[in-house]
Design a protein around this ligand. Sequence first.
Ligand code: NAD
Length: 394
Amino acid sequence: MLSHILRKGVLSSNSSTLIRRYASTNGQQTVLVVLYEGGEAGKKNKNILGCVENALGLREWIKENKLDNRLKLVVTSDKQGENSLAEKTLPEASVVISQPFWPCYLDQTRIDKAKKLKLAITAGVGSDHVNLEAACKRGITVAEVSGSNVVSVAEHVVMQILALVRNFIPAYNQVVNGEWDIAKIADKAYDLENKHVGTVAAGRIGLRVLQRLKPFDVHLHYYDKFRLDKSIEKELNVTYHSSVESLAKVCDVVTINCPLHPETEHMFDKKMLSLMKKGSYIVNTARGKIMDRDALVDAIKSNHIEGYAGDVWYPQPAAKDHPWRSMPRHAMTPHYSGTTLDAQARYAAGVREILGNWLNERPQREEYLIVDKGKVVSRAYTEGDATKGHSEKK
Ligand code: NAD
C-alpha cells in the first residue's frame, strides 16, 4: 500500500524497435487527441506539451518511430456539440486521448458513437470524464498517468489553504488598487498553526498534502475508504475518521482529494456543508462536481463557510457566468494545478508510453489502469457514471 501510494510514476520512453515492427504490419488507426488551445504561449513555449500546438509530443514521437502509416492523429480543442471535430471524429477513433483540464466528456451517447474505440487515455490523473460503466460494457480500456502530477496538485493545495486562511487575495488586491487598509485585511487573517486540517482521501495527493502540512504544526485529519499504514499515521500524527461527516465536523480547513465517481458526486451537498464548522474553509482540487455548486454558493453567502478555493469546475471550461467566479471570499483558479511544466513533461511521456504499449500489445503498468477487460480495476473508482446528469447536476 505504502509503496503504491509513494510511487512517483516515473516515466520512461519505449522501445522504438518494437513499435516499428508492429507498425509495418497493421492498417492506420485514428487517435483523437483533445487538448486546450496553446495560443501565443503555446506557440512560443514548446514545453507546454498539453496544448493543441504541441500535442503531448506525439507528432515528433510518431515521426521518430515511423508510425505515420500506422496512426492518424486528429488533434483538436473543438469538443463541444454535435458539429465539433471531436464528435465528428469519434466514429473512426480507436483511441481517444483527453485531459482533465479540457475534458472530452465520453458519456454513453459518445461511447455509442465511437464504435471502434478501444482505448481512452487521460493525459494526467482523473478519468471521471469517461462513463466507466459504459467503458466496462464495451471492453474499452481506460488508462491514466497515475502519479504524474500529484506533487504539482499537493503544492497548489497548500498554496490555496494559505491564501484563504491568511486572507491573501484581498491583501493583494489592495496593493494593485493603491489602497493601504491593514485592519480590513487583518479582520479575516489567521495563522494556520494549531488549526485542524483534514483531507477527504489520502491517496497519492492527499498523503502528499498531509506530509507538506506537517511542518506547519497543525492538527491533521483524514478520511479514506482505505486506512493508511499505522506507521504513516504515527509519523504524521494524523487522526483517522471513518466518515466524511466526522471529519467535516471538527476541521477548520477541509481539502478534497478523492476521485469523482457516483459515491463522491455531490458529497458536499447542503447537509454536509451544514455539518462543517462555522467559519471553516474548503480547498477542492479534486473535481467540481464533488461539490453541489449552488449549495456552496449559499453556504458562502450566509457566512457559514468562510472561504473556498480550488481549480476544478463543472463543466469545464467554466461558463463566464459560473456563480463560483463571482461568489464572495474565494481564491479559485482555472484548472491548472496539475499542469505545471514539470507535470506536463511527465504526463506527456506517460501518454506516449501507454500508446506505445497498446500498439505493441504489451501490458500496461498496473497502476495506470482504471478499466481493463470489462472491469473497474483501480480501487480508487467504483463502477457507474460520473458523466451523467451534465445538465441537471451542477
Ligand atoms: P489516488 O488514486 O492516489 O487516491 C485516491 C484516493 O481516494 C484513494 O486513497 C481512495 O481510496 C480514495 N477514495 C476513493 N473513493 C473514495 C470515497 N468514496 N471515500 C473516501 N475515499 C475515497 O488519486 P490521486 O492521485 O490522489 O488523485 C485524486 C484525484 O485528484 C483524482 O482522481 C482527480 O480527480 C484529482 N486530481 C486533480 C488534479 C488537478 O489538476 N486539479 C490533478 C490530479 C488529480
